[in-house]
Design a protein around this ligand. Structure first.
Ligand code: AVI
Length: 313
């Protein structure tokens, strides 16, 4: 068993800087990567179990039923890299199908990542598992130092690419291209455009789990930065914007109020929103065009129940 964990803890400083910049902006916004503290990860897992939120279940079913075809299309790889790997639950099946020599998982939540990645090394004695606790959106270049030579596959499942604007997605996919190298590949899963009512329900589940996930961001800022957000004075607000092709998630201020963060006051008008997340949905060819701008060429694709997995080389 070969396992190593390297932590690059810069996240706390980023949270303070990003919150101060985001609250001073107009409209106010905070990057969605900050949802995922311990409570946020638990709430996201609970979202994936909600009947209205089919995305995760659909991708899982697709990867089970079509894995032999996907593995055959990928062929031999020496190294799998998964940015934003979280609980490492999705990459296990690929390891069993592709038998690489090396797995590199990257996530901003370093200690949770290490706890999830070590059992992968226990269960796959032939694979060297490296867990990098870093903000891959900022520091991806630094990951290159930990990759052994050979044919690389970047795996980016879960429609996480939808949480970036199309322009940001091009930049991120170009970084993946650089990391994968000349003969590298990208396997990526994303949610397809579908009935707006269905999408609306997925981000407004009846049990209120997505609302709790959204509001937890304020709780995290209160706890980690000593802020004084009153959670009862903000409400979860999410809707599908069919023109932009995205879910927009916000926290609406229910009153005129001033919130203090690090000795700075930020005023909210009644009804003013704090934007917390976009979740872009794509047509298959729309996404192909975005990946094309980042230097990828589509090699294959698989579609099931409104979800797509595309392979690029
Ligand atoms: C992680 N990401 C793909 C989820 C999504 O659907 O955009 C995050 C999420 N936000 C609200 N519900 C789920």
């Amino acid at each position: 068993m070969a396992f190593r964990f390297l932590d690059f803890p810069s996240a706390r400083d980023d949270l303070l800087a990003d919150v101060l910049v985001g609250l001073a902006a107009c409209p106010k916004s905070i990057p969605p990567k900050y949802f995922y503290d311990e409570a946020g990860c638990r709430l996201f897992d609970a979202i994936c179990e909600q009947p209205e939120y089919a995305l995760t279940r659909t991708e899982r079913a697709l990867m089970v039923s079509l894995l032999p075809a996907i593995a055959a299309a990928i062929g031999k790889v020496d190294c799998i890299i998964e940015p934003g790997a979280g609980d490492c639950g999705k990459v296990r099946a690929l390891l069993d199908a592709l038998h690489p020599d090396q797995l590199v998982v990257i996530d901003i939540a370093g200690s949770a990542l290490a706890a999830a990645a070590e059992p992968l090394a226990d269960d796959h004695p032939g694979i060297e598992v490296t867990a990098l606790g870093m903000d891959f959106i900022r520091d991806l270049e630094a990951a290159a130092a930990y990759l052994s030579p050979g044919r690389r596959l970047v795996y980016y499942p879960g429609s996480s690419i939808g949480n970036f604007s199309p322009d940001e997605a091009v930049v991120l996919l170009a970084r993946f291209r650089h990391l994968a190298g000349k003969d590298g590949q990208l396997l990526i899963g994303f949610d397809l455009k579908k009935d707006p009512q269905q999408l609306h329900r997925a981000y407004n589940d009846a049990a209120g789990v997505t609302a709790a996930f959204n509001l937890n961001l304020l709780q995290r800022i209160n706890r980690e930065l000593g802020a004084d957000f009153d959670l009862a004075r903000f409400r979860h607000y999410a809707f599908y914007n069919p023109v932009a092709g995205r879910i927009e998630m916000h926290l609406v201020s229910l009153a005129g109020q001033t919130v203090n963060v690090a000795n700075q006051g930020f005023h909210f008008e009644p009804g003013e929103t704090l934007h917390t997340e976009y979740s872009y949905k794509y047509h298959r060819d729309e996404f192909n065009a975005i990946a094309g701008q980042a230097g990828w060429r589509r090699a294959d694709e698989w579609v099931q129940d409104g979800f797509a997995v595309q392979l690029f080389g």
